[in-house]
Design a binder for this molecule. Structure first.
Ligand code: GLU
Length: 282
């Protein structure tokens, strides 16, 4: 028995991939508890209508969850204090580089190590003298806060996470963490005061999640998330990264294209149990 969660971002209507993720999380709870979390930190992309639509679509699928639903947008102070804690540990530095500057620097270097999200930040601002850091942060311009991943790695030592060996998740394999897989990840930006990785580890702990189920595309994130959990003294859940539902061309479904939105199926008079059966075959 596990405590699991489904954690969509309300940036569009749920599609078949979300339905599969939600059903998988619910099943994996195995008589434990299935929770819901709305990942709405990025206020420029999230919409209240999509939050309502998430509830409706999940209910239509026949799912129910243990209240309360956790809303990330209401938890900025919690994320802020975790960030302060990491800063006091000397593991965070301000980064003033624009995306264009970083791209130019990487191009100039000729060859840059790549992480799961593309080229790794070259660490330009990590070297800035303290006085320059202070004067630039005080000048009021925007800046990001990055994790000093090498320092963090030294501090946490060798870590592992437990990944389900199959489905349903009964046996688990130990996976060795690569703490610098993403390099110096952004933990906060001026317009989004907490990054996905930071908020997720804090909230998985706050909701007492014991098994994180999510798509395989997020498996690499687990490496950096284990580092953050350890630094913040948070418990480590187990993980079960599941297969993705792909479109006819073998690509991941995206909310932007409205591909396979659940409500289209509902409007076409398909029944939820037909969707569930279809996903099992997909
Ligand atoms: N909010 C993320 C998404 O919509 C999921 C995060 C997670 O499961 O860790 O893809």
């Amino acid at each position: 028995m596990f405590v699991t969660r489904f954690a969509p971002s309300p940036t569009g209507y749920l599609h078949l991939g979300h339905a599969f993720a939600a059903i998988t999380a619910n099943e994996a709870a195995g008589g434990g508890r299935f929770l819901l979390r709305i990942e709405d930190i990025d206020s420029s992309r999230c919409r209240e209508t999509f939050v309502e639509a998430i509830f409706q679509d999940l209910r239509w699928l026949g799912l129910s969850w243990v209240e309360p639903v956790l809303r990330q947008s209401a938890r900025m102070e919690v994320y802020g204090s975790a960030l302060d804690r990491l800063t006091r540990m000397g593991l965070v530095y301000p980064c003033f580089c624009t995306r264009a500057e970083t791209a130019a620097e990487i191009a100039h270097a000729g060859e840059a190590p790549h992480g799961p999200d593309g080229p790794i930040y070259p660490g330009t601002c990590r070297q800035l003298p303290v006085e320059e850091r202070l004067s630039r942060t005080r000048s009021g311009g925007g800046y990001a806060l990055r994790l000093d991943s090498a320092r963090a790695a030294a501090r946490v030592g060798q870590l592992f996470f437990e990944e389900a060996a199959g489905h349903p998740p009964t046996d688990f394999e130990r996976v060795r963490v690569n703490p610098v897989l993403f390099g110096d990840v952004v933990l906060a930006r001026k317009d989004t005061p907490a990054s996905y990785h930071l908020a997720v580890v804090i909230d998985d702990a706050a909701q007492s999640i014991t098994l994180v189920t999510r798509g395989r595309d997020l498996l690499p994130s687990t490496h950096v998330q284990r580092v953050l959990q350890t630094l913040l003294n948070l418990p480590a859940p187990k993980y079960a990264h599941h297969r993705l539902i792909l479109d006819e061309d073998g690509r991941k479904l995206s909310k932007r294209e409205g591909s396979a939105a659940l409500r289209n199926y509902r409007n076409a008079d398909l029944r939820a149990d037909e969707i569930v059966a279809m996903l099992q075959r997909a």
